[in-house]
Ligand binder design. Structure first.
Ligand code: TRP
Length: 462
């Protein structure tokens, strides 16, 4: 069999996995959830779950990947549990579904980069008009998918790792530049206060629930993306410290994204910041209006930089989403990487068309479905988000961890983690995993899954 390729070093793996984690979820989802969840209290709960819930899942996915040396489906076969490979299949399906809408949103960001860069701040005044222009927006999305497929077709060290090593530092550099700019705006501090000072009266069950889901999505867990990346990790690399660094990078970048966005919002709301609009509004309407109010060349540069950085963040994530099905096709169906990448990208683009046209252009996909007890209809894109992100990911994560702890067995996980991590045997992490993996994590994830299905699809009120 031809070599599957691999990361050139531990740093290369960390860059690629951090690139996968850092995406629209950090720059868009995180600040928006913070706004909806009452500010700093959400940040605290989020941090708690990143380490208590997500870190064990991340270690498990990487260990399964490295031990088996296979894609998300083949990994279960290689470990001798073919019956369980349906878990990997749910993962591949989730990857395809998530990429299908994620690419549409990335396409919008790509389009905005040009619009704001050329001084057209008016796009933000009628966002639906922008998204309804499906031929233009669809072209931006197509270009984005082509960039994704190109990187994946170049392989692990020559494509995915290389792209992450260029894009991630550029992204951090750009965010820091914008943070510095935004901190000097009038009323920046009121935004920061909202972001950083917890208001404990806002604490609710919903905050906890959303924080878990956000942490899980942001760290790219639950669909075998890290089983797949783990299969390209060197045997001497330390899985525990890699997972810790990936988590820190993801949390860190989400955190500084908030440091950039909240001062802007403090500025536009004249220091009377009480909440933040949800959905696409925050990024695609509010922020561009702020850049517009700054105006001139400065406004254009700020606006174009912001959306360019959003594109960079999205690109290393779309790459990881595409790699999951591509790696599956390469390992299991012996397609060449190039063929698999372009074929999959084409299929996913077509599956994304209803999400593309369901934002104003096609009434059918815009008013796609009405859940039980819901007052309004949900568009196709949000339906896929509810299905894949909100339901399949926690379900997949639950099954992966359950499988690892109870079927593959904890001794085998420990043995794999120990390779390259000499201190693991006596560490606190090992003790914690012996409670987290068999019990705590599967129970929490199963709860998220069941609750989401009941609350979202069946309108049950808790
Ligand atoms: N984590 C990315 C974000 O925050 C999205 C993402 C990329 C993802 N790959 C994934 C989510 C795999 C779940 C699984 O935008």
């Amino acid at each position: 069999m031809a070599s599957r390729g691999g990361f050139s070093s531990k740093a290369g793996f960390i860059a690629a996995a951090a690139g996968s984690a850092v995406g629209l979820g950090n720059i868009w989802g995180f600040p928006y959830e913070v706004g909806a969840g009452g500010g700093a209290i959400f940040v605290l709960v989020y941090l708690f779950f990143c380490f208590v819930l997500c870190f064990p899942v991340m270690i498990t996915e990487i260990a399964i990947g490295r031990k088996s040396g296979r894609n998300a489906v083949g990994a279960f076969n290689a470990l001798g549990h073919k019956k369980w490979n349906f878990v990997g299949k749910i993962g591949v399906l989730s990857g395809i579904l998530i990429l299908s809408f994620y690419n549409v949103i990335a396409g919008w960001a790509f389009g905005y980069t040009f619009q704001l860069g050329s001084g057209n701040f008016a796009v933000a005044d009628n966002f639906t008009a922008f998204t309804s222009n499906v031929f233009e927006v669809g072209t931006y999305g197509m270009l984005f998918m082509i960039a994704t497929a190109f990187i994946v077709s170049k392989g692990i060290s020559g494509g995915i790792e290389k792209a992450a090593k260029i894009l991630l530092p550029t992204l951090i550099f750009m965010i820091l530049g914008l943070v510095i700019y935004s901190l000097f705006l009038p009323n920046a501090m009121s935004g920061l206060k909202f972001y950083l000072l917890p208001d404990f009266s806002k604490f609710s069950f919903n905050v906890v629930f959303n924080a878990m889901g956000q942490a899980f999505f942001s760290l790219s867990l639950g669909m075998g993306a890290l089983i797949t990346y783990g299969s390209y990790v060197g045997k001497n690399d330390n899985i525990v410290s890699s997972a810790a660094l990936i988590t820190l990078a993801d949390v860190g970048i989400a955190f500084i994204a908030g440091m950039m966005i909240f001062p802007f919002i403090g500025y536009i709301s004249n220091g009377e910041l009480t909440g933040v609009g949800g959905g696409p509004e925050l990024i695609f309407v509010t922020l561009p209006q702020i850049f517009g109010s700054i105006g001139g060349v400065t406004g254009s540069i700020l606006g174009a930089s912001f959306f360019a950085l959003l594109c960079f963040a999205a690109l290393t994530s779309t790459v990881s989403l595409l790699e999951v099905p591509v790696s599956y096709l390469v390992d299991e169906y012996k397609l060449t990487r190039t063929k698999a990448a372009w074929l999959m990208a084409g299929i996913v683009y077509v599956i994304g068309i209803p999400s593309l046209v369901g934002n104003g252009y096609s009434e059918y996909f815009t008013e796609f479905i009405q859940y039980f007890n819901a007052e309004t209809k949900t568009n196709f894109l949000s339906f896929v988000v509810n299905l894949a992100n909100d339901s399949f990911l926690p379900l997949g994560g639950c099954l992966i961890v359950f499988f690892a702890a109870h079927i593959w067995k904890k001794e085998n996980i420990d043995a794999e983690i120990s390779i390259g991590a000499p201190n693991y045997e006596k560490s606190f992490v090992k003790k914690y995993l012996s409670i987290a993996l068999p019990y705590l994590v599967p129970i929490l994830l199963a709860t998220i899954f069941i609750m989401t299905v009941l609350v979202t699809f069946f309108g049950v009120d808790f």
